[in-house]
Design a protein around this ligand. Structure first.
Ligand code: GDP
Ligand code: MN
Length: 382
């Protein structure tokens, strides 16, 4: 689950990371009021869950409350990378003398969190990582020991931070680490962390991604979820307890079990196709879940064919077949479907689907080849 900038920064502030004064607004007149209260120059920042807002024109300065209202009107009318802007953060504007990058994520290979920092922070950090990766300092954090003071100092030295800032940098790095660990985050990032014109360190931007699997431990963080800006299909899927991730291809996949779902995607690719989604209906899924899953898959306009790959263990193939039939009653079937049912009650399942004009397959390879072929044929027809 991604958090907005204003949410991430409020969390950082609780951990003694300095942030600019400011508040979030949903309307331009609210933005004007906030700017009036702050006094002086402000920055109006679109709150959307994508990076690169600055380059997309979603971050702009305003010299006073009046201009803040104008700028907020424009930004609130924007779409950034397909996402509508529903809120803006109005922050006291900072004068910037240097932009630093500071972030923590999991390094799966090292099996440890890694803190990364660069003196070349700001909107070009992806380019820095690509072209001059040596400009990014990395330090692994032992999850049992936490971030040690000497490590924070090593990073400060590594990015040539003037000595006068070391103490505050240590406080910020430690705060970021604690926020990351205590919130069960998979990413906590400040970009840019700036040295201001009057020589203070302050977190101008903030980004956090929380581990969905740990959210049950954080009811107060779950509240921060912004359903407005999430992909409707993913919101719907969560409601039914389905693990669904939308992808770019044209073959919808309905599979029980995450491992089998991954295998199914791999084998579709092996035979020259592209999956439209990852979907795990889970073990023991009943017909209502299956029906919801099929509705979600078919709501994607890119989907030209669907592959059901069900290995009945705890899940019963006849339940799955019932679910498919329920969904087909509601959504008029427009794309060919390939079904592979094996395991518990497979024969009953196949029997139920016999009238439903579905393409059947015995093995996974056969199913994949068939679905790739019909998806290609379908693309040609349209
Ligand atoms: P992002 O583009 O989505 O990462 O949004 P950021 O919050 O990082 O803002 C992008 C860039 O806008 C920053 O790197 C700064 O250069 C600039 N910026 C953001 N806030 C301020 C501010 O208060 N004052 C000034 N002068 N520039 C700002
Ligand atoms: Mn940024």
């Amino acid at each position: 689950m991604k958090l907005h900038e204003y949410q991430s920064k409020l969390i950082f502030a609780k951990y003694q990371v300095p942030i600019p004064k400011g508040r979030v607004a949903a309307t331009a007149s609210e933005a004007r009021t906030i700017a009036g209260e702050l006094g002086g120059r402000v920055v109006i920042k679109s709150q959307v869950l994508v990076g690169g807002r600055g380059k997309a024109g979603g971050i702009r300065l305003a010299k006073d409350a009046h201009e803040a209202e104008e700028v907020a009107t424009q930004i609130l009318g924007m779409e950034i990378k397909g996402l509508p802007v529903r809120k803006v953060l109005v922050d006291e504007a900072a004068s910037i003398s240097k932009e630093i990058y500071l972030g923590i994520t999991n390094d799966r290979t090292a099996r440890k969190p890694v803190m990364m920092a660069s003196a070349a922070g700001g909107v070009e950090i992806e380019e820095v990582a690509r072209l001059t990766p040596e400009k990014i300092i990395k330090i692994h954090i032992d999850p049992l020991l936490g971030l040690k003071d000497y490590q924070a100092r090593d990073i400060a030295v590594g990015i040539d931070l003037p000595k006068e800032h070391w103490k505050m940098f240590g406080q910020i790095a430690t705060g970021l680490w604690r926020a990351y660990q205590e919130c069960d985050a998979t990413l906590a990032e400040i970009n840019p962390l700036v040295i201001t014109g009057d020589n203070r360190l302050i977190a101008l931007d903030g980004k956090m991604v929380l581990d969905d699997n740990a959210l049950y431990r954080h009811p107060e963080l779950v509240e921060l979820r912004d359903l407005d800006v999430e992909d409707p299909a993913e919101v719907e899927a969560r409601k039914y307890g389905l693990s669904f991730i939308k992808l770019e291809g044209n073959i919808g996949c309905m599979v029980n079990g995450a491992g089998l779902a991954m295998t199914t995607m791999d084998i579709i690719k092996l035979f020259g196709g592209e999956p439209a989604n990852f979907l795990d209906i889970g073990g023991g899924a009943g017909s209502d879940k299956v029906a919801a899953a099929l509705r979600i898959i078919l709501s994607d306009k890119n989907v030209k064919a669907v592959l059901f790959n069900v290995f009945g263990g705890i899940t019963r193939c006849d339940e799955v077949a019932h679910g498919i039939l329920t969904a087909l009653d509601e959504v008029k079937l427009k794309v060919p479907m390939v079904v592979r049912l094996v395991g518990t009650n497979a024969a009953e399942g196949r029997h139920l689907l016999a009238g439903a004009k579905m393409i059947t397959a015995e093995t996974l390879a056969e199913a994949a080849q068939k679905v790739v072929a019909v998806a290609k044929a379908q693309e040609l027809i349209q």
